[in-house]
Each structure stands twice: as structure tokens, then as C-alpha cells.
Design a binder for this molecule. Sequence first.
Ligand SMILES: NC(=O)C1=CN([C@@H]2O[C@H](COP(=O)(O)OP(=O)(O)OC[C@H]3O[C@@H](n4cnc5c(N)ncnc54)[C@H](OP(=O)(O)O)[C@@H]3O)[C@@H](O)[C@H]2O)C=CC1
Ligand SMILES: CC(C)(CO)C(=O)C(=O)O
Length: 324
Amino acid sequence: MRYILYGVGAVGGVVAAALTEAGHEVLGIARGARLEALQANGLAFRSANGSRRYRLDLREAPSEIEFRPDDAILLLVKSQHTADALAALRDAGVDEQPIYCCQNGIANERTALRLFPNVHGVTVMLPAQFDALDEAVACCAPEFGVFDIGRAPSGADDDDRALAEALTPGGIRGYVDPAVMVSKYGKLILNLGNVVEAAVGRGAKTGPVAEILREEAKQVLAAAGIAWRDVGQDDPRRDLMRPAEVEGVTRSGTSSTQSLARGAGSIETDYLNGEIVLLARLHGVPAPANEAMCRLAARLVRKGSGPGGVRAAEVHAMVGLPPP
Ligand SMILES: NC(=O)C1=CN([C@@H]2O[C@H](COP(=O)(O)OP(=O)(O)OC[C@H]3O[C@@H](n4cnc5c(N)ncnc54)[C@H](OP(=O)(O)O)[C@@H]3O)[C@@H](O)[C@H]2O)C=CC1
Ligand SMILES: CC(C)(CO)C(=O)C(=O)O
């Protein structure tokens, strides 16, 4: 199987390193200054085990690729970039190849299923970042991360088993999960604090505001009749991946914080907290705290704000909490 990695950012970079290290054929799709740096220097992969540089085969767009029946496509772009990526894949002739949504949130699978028959979900438990443009950092050890892998909306097949087996030797423990979306809803609950950290700064993703967002989300999911499974710190597999020192690297925060820090011009909040807001509206229940966080994220992007510039008291007030 050839693995096409659509998006060679933080998580995509770690996946590229893991699959390449295990001897698999990998082709990456990247863009802009990141593509130029990766082409010029290769990928500098850093982890608790040290640093290694990998030469990657890269393209700027799917139109530059001759797709094969044995390709598996891993979507590793942020959710707000999924629709464009999928359209480009279809224009380039992709049809029945498996498409793996290796992304937070649960909206990507539905978007993919509108265009493609063979869609799979992946729960990505793998904190990663890049500071230099030619870099990818895996922030946990001894495993870089844990992936739940299965078909969307449910089931599992030989391609899922092959992907789990391909990732595991390179440091990403793959688990085939026929109820992967149940796992992904659990991960969605964890990610509701991303925007709080992006706004206020480190530590806020697990504080009292995040707790309100998560409790509200659980009520909304219950009203919508949606099952979820805890994949947080009580999941015993978390022992496989503990935050680790990586020489010369300071953890920059969640993927949403990284978007603000890079001035990316967009943030994933509408697909995280916004998913809860959407479900609440569809099912006639309130979600004022998550709504407030979507407004806050839109404001931060509109103003070009960096991470950590909002006072905690302001965010507390937005969700009805007294000042900290
Ligand atoms: N980072 C983390 O620690 C974790 C992230 N996740 C999830 O994984 C997913 C990926 O996140 P992450 O790796 O952080 O994201 P990044 O922004 O680091 O990487 C995505 C990369 O894809 C590129 N890209 C987007 N659209 C295209 C396109 N059309 N063509 C070529 N390249 C494109 C982006 O470029 P550009 O910058 O120009 O947009 C960027 O380089 C998200 O859903 C995130 O929530 C899950 C767990 C942890
Ligand atoms: C769990 C966490 C917060 C890891 O960084 C993540 O999923 C993200 O960054 O989006």
C-alpha cells in the first residue's frame, strides 16, 4: 500500500516519519513555505528519542499525482480545509481508495462520505507541533501516540488492520475500532478546551471554563442520542504516551493554539465547539458556553490575535463564571 499524506504539518509530519521509518511508501501533499522548506531540507523529526532527518516525496496538489488502486489517503489538514482537499482529490481521479480522516472533530467523515464511498475515521491521540518550517515534533513517549482506526460510520476492514500494522512499528500504536466514531466523539469532548487555551494561555484547556464546555457537550450529546467513549486520561492506553522532554523544544500548546501562533488565518473551533453548537441547535437544546467560545474564536482570527492575549476573567464571564 502507498500512503498519501494530505497535509504534512504537525501530526502529518510525525505520521510521515513513522511510516517512512517502518519502510512504507509515503507521498506527502504540502504547500507554501512549509513545502519549500521540506523540499529543500527534508523533514527534521524530533522526539524524546532524538532527531532524525527524512527525505520525503512531496507534491503541491493531488493533480500532480497519478493515483493507484493501492493508495490509502490520510487527511491530515485541519477540518476547515477538508472540503477543499476532498474536492481536489476527486478532481484528480480518486474514487474508491480508502480515505482516512486523521483529524479532530467528527465532521470530516460526513464531508468525505458525500464524495467518496470508502471513508474511515481515525481518533488522533498524538500531541505534535512544528516550530521550524522543516520540522515535526512528537511530544509524547515511549509511543508518540495512539490511533483508533475504523470505517465511517462504523465497521472495520483489512485496510484498517493494514494501517494499524503500518503505524505501530514507527511509534504510533494503531488500534482497529469498529466503533471509531464513538471514540472520536469522546476525543471531541476533550478538544473543547483547545479554544480556551488558545485565548488565555497554557493550562486553561483543563480549567473550570473547559469543564463547563465539556459538561454542556455531554448534555447535548445525550439529547442528540449520540454515544461517546472516554479516551482521556482514564483510558489505560494513555500510559503508552506520556508528555516527554524533547531536546531544544518547548511544548507550544494544542493544535488550535498553534494555528493562532502561526497566524494561520483560521482556527478549528467551528468544528470542535461548533459541532456541539450545531447539534444543540438541531436538537433544540441550549449550548451557550460553546456558542460563546465560537464567537471568541472568530474574534481572535478576525483581529489576527496571537495566543494567550485574552484575560481569564473575560472568558470566565462569557460562560457565567466569576473571575478566577
Ligand atoms: N497538533 C496536534 O497536537 C494535534 C492535532 N490533531 C488534529 O490533527 C489534524 C491536523 O492538525 P495539525 O497537524 O496540528 O495541523 P497543521 O496545521 O500543523 O498541519 C496541517 C497542514 O496541512 C496543510 N494544508 C492544509 N490544506 C492544504 C492543502 N489544500 N494542500 C496542501 N497542504 C494543506 C497546512 O498548510 P497551511 O498551514 O498553509 O494551512 C498545514 O501545513 C487537526 O484536525 C487537528 O485538530 C489531533 C491531535 C493532536
Ligand atoms: C489532545 C490535544 C490537545 C493534544 O495536543 C489535541 O488533540 C490537539 O492539540 O488538538
